[in-house]
Design a protein around this ligand. Structure first.
Ligand code: ADP
Length: 503
């Protein structure tokens, strides 16, 4: 648009400007970006003389260039702002990552809360912060972690007891949302720590409650020297930190409870084992004397017994031995549990152990018509460890094999492989279902079918054997397919590590 002479145009409303600027002719070219007006390019002339069409076209070209320049600057500014935003988000994400790492990797509550409060202060561009934890028994908030505060200020803040009725930290959780005081200097209300905080040079303060459903956990507080409102993004970010703090506090509490429960259980279990160990010992003494006297009776030391009495005494003897076996098992197990079982260390021969096992189970195998055999590799080295306990394990394995097998064979193989003795006991018995294979090594567990139940037993033998094998630094496992027999494999170091003895 062109005004040839502003003094002659009654519609020209800024005549004063024309006078001050000393111009008569005005040419104005709009700066248009996709139809939107972004500015106006104005040319003036002191003399009243119209611009030529050529000049006008030139001005229009300049106007177009100006639009491009303005647009470029705007885009550049937008890109920069976005980059700044992204960098801030990356910073926030990194800080959140560090906070979650702290929450997940350490159960030390003070460390976690310190990390959280430090990151919260850093990311909210504030100067100091505190996490308060609420004690429901005392109905008080207490500072638990601080950042950016002098020792004196921490001491001063700690001295103030804050209850639920107190304004600010106290009543923010009740309101279930962040509360901010943009300028404590202008705050007239009775905010409890106001004076302390103000004296320390802080003006702005933001309080974010730590909440669980229906429960007040505490508050996260950040403070800043400069007065002014906290923007929404900061408030939102601190809410995330508050949520992490709640998780950390909850984790620590649960962990403490579990630890206490664990200790109580351990003590109870120790008492139980001790009691069992004492009881079994007390039971064994009179039982041994009963067995001793029955043996004298059976041996005819007090004269020949009538047949009826002989049979009865033999049953007393058999039952007494069985009872002694049970008591010994219970004693062993309670000793293992109380950590009182120690293994002897002596030289022994595997061949000898296998031989005495065979001798013990041979009568029953013969009575059941089972084939019983043993293969001991030649030139086995001399072992070093507890011969009696190894024999006990092998007797249990071979005893079970003979007990549970009705037809076929039981055989024992002994060899030395990679510094270990490997002794396997194979049978052609009923086999053990895979779901039961782990179970049978637990105390008092038997495969739940009528045939095993009928065979009696306590379900302690394998549990004891496995525990002893493990104390020994070895293993005891089973391989079995139901219907095709079982193979139990004992592996123990040829030379037992002497340190495990005390275990
Ligand atoms: P017990 O023999 O006194 O019951 P164990 O701990 O020695 O106790 O064995 C636990 C259970 O494992 C047995 O009751 C039985 O069900 C199963 N079991 C052990 N050895 C065999 C085997 N060779 N064949 C089949 N089942 C077995």
């Amino acid at each position: 648009m062109q005004i040839e002479d502003v003094t002659a145009d009654p519609d020209y409303r800024v005549a004063l400007i024309a006078e001050a600027g000393g111009f008569r002719t005005v040419l104005a070219a709009p700066l248009l970006r996709e139809g939107d007006l972004v500015g106006v390019f104005v040319m003036t002339r002191a003399e009243p003389q119209p611009f030529s069409p050529k000049e006008i076209a030139l001005v229009e070209t300049f106007a177009d260039q100006a639009v491009i320049a303005i647009e470029n600057a705007r885009l550049f500014e937008a890109v920069q702002a976005r980059t700044r935003e992204l960098a801030a988000s990356v910073g926030e994400l990194e800080a959140l990552g560090e906070v979650s790492k702290a929450v997940n990797s350490t159960l030390d509550l003070d460390t976690v809360l310190k990390t959280i409060v430090a990151k919260a202060v850093q990311l909210s561009a504030t100067d100091a912060g505190t996490i308060y934890v609420f004690s429901s028994t005392r109905q008080q908030f207490r500072p638990r972690a601080n950042f950016g505060m002098s020792d004196e200020l921490i001491a001063a803040v700690s001295q103030q007891t804050i209850g639920l009725a107190d304004m600010g930290i106290g009543d923010a959780p009740g309101r279930c949302m962040p509360v901010q005081f943009p300028d404590l200097g202008k705050e007239t209300s009775s905010f409890l720590v106001r004076k302390t905080i103000l004296d320390a040079g802080y003006r702005g303060i933001l309080i974010v409650p730590l909440l669980r459903p229906n429960k007040i956990v505490g508050a996260l507080v950040v403070r800043r020297h400069k007065p002014g409102a906290f923007d929404e993004q900061v408030v939102h970010l601190l809410e995330t930190f508050a949520a992490q703090s709640v998780v950390a506090i909850q984790n620590a509490k649960l962990f403490r409870e579990i630890e206490e429960k664990g200790e109580e259980l351990e003590a109870a279990s120790r008492h139980k084992s001790q009691f069992l160990a004492n009881m079994s010992h007390e039971l064994r003494t009179p039982l041994n004397s009963v067995l001793g006297f029955t043996e004298l009776l059976v041996d005819g030391i007090y004269g020949e017994l009538p047949d009826k009495a002989k049979a009865t005494v033999a049953r007393v003897q058999a039952n007494g031995r069985h009872l002694l076996g049970l008591i010994n098992d219970v004693l062993d197990l309670s000793k293992i549990e109380a950590g009182q079982l120690t293994l002897a260390i002596e030289d022994y021969s595997v061949a000898q152990i296998v031989r005495s096992t065979l001798t013990a189970v041979e009568p029953l195998a013969r009575a059941k018509g089972l084939e019983l055999s043993a293969t001991v590799a030649e030139n086995l080295p001399i072992g070093r460890g507890d011969e009696r306990r190894l024999t006990q394990i092998l007797l249990n394995l071979a005893g079970n094999a003979v007990k549970f097998t009705e037809t076929g064979a039981v055989d024992i193989l002994a060899d030395a492989v990679d510094g270990n003795f490997e002794i396997t006991v194979r049978d052609t018995g009923p086999g053990i279902a895979s779901k039961d294979q782990a179970l049978i090594f637990e105390e008092f567990q038997q495969v739940d079918n009528s045939s095993t139940r009928q065979k009696g037993g306590t379900g302690l033998g394998l549990a004891i054997s496995k525990r002893i094998a493990e104390m020994y630094g070895g293993t005891l496992d089973v391989e079995s397919v139901i219907g095709s027999g079982s193979t139990f494999r004992l592996k123990v170091p040829i030379r037992m590590n002497e340190d495990v003895r005390a275990a």
